[in-house]
Design a protein around this ligand. Structure first.
Ligand code: RB5
Length: 148
């Protein structure tokens, strides 16, 4: 599974630390920026990661900004994205299991790096509970997209 990761200028250090952490765990990570000295508006970074995740079925995304909220709002505008902004481990796990979330977002100004690592672990290690009531609900989300 490939991991696409992106951030804005509020979260460069956390993005780098999480990328390194995941590579050490043997995940394939594609860092879509930004890097030290750069600035970017979060919707632009969110779109970059979201489009990669949609086009690569065997992938998940991580988006980090100041709060995680802007990244989730923006990436959820891309068809096929189910992004969740979280600040703790339980929600990170459950949004894979129940919502089949394909992007996790969090805030570098909200949580510390150790919590961020635990969130990422919980998100990546959980699996969608396919084939039952959760699949039907996720299908309803897809139908919402068709009605725009
Ligand atoms: C940037 O200052 C900040 O607004 C952004 O990182 C994010 O928190 C938006 O949701």
């Amino acid at each position: 599974m490939k991991i696409y990761i992106g951030c804005d200028h509020a979260a460069i250090d956390m993005k780098n630390e999480i990328s390194e952490y995941l590579r050490e765990k043997s995940y394939t990570v594609e860092d879509l920026g930004i890097n030290t000295g750069e600035k970017i508006d979060y919707p632009i970074s969110a779109e970059r990661v979201a489009r990669k995740v949609v086009s690569d079925k065997n992938s998940l995304g991580i988006l980090i900004c100041g709060t995680g909220i802007g990244m989730s709002i923006a990436s959820n505008k891309v068809k096929g994205i189910r992004a969740a902004a979280v600040s703790e481990v339980y929600s990170a796990k459950m949004t894979r299991i129940h919502n089949n979330a394909n992007i996790i977002c969090f805030g570098a100004r909200v949580i510390g790096i150790e919590t961020a690592k635990m969130i990422v672990d919980a998100f990546l290690e959980a699996e969608f509970e396919d084939g039952g009531r959760h699949a039907a609900r996720v299908e309803l989300i897809s139908k919402l997209e068709e009605n725009f």
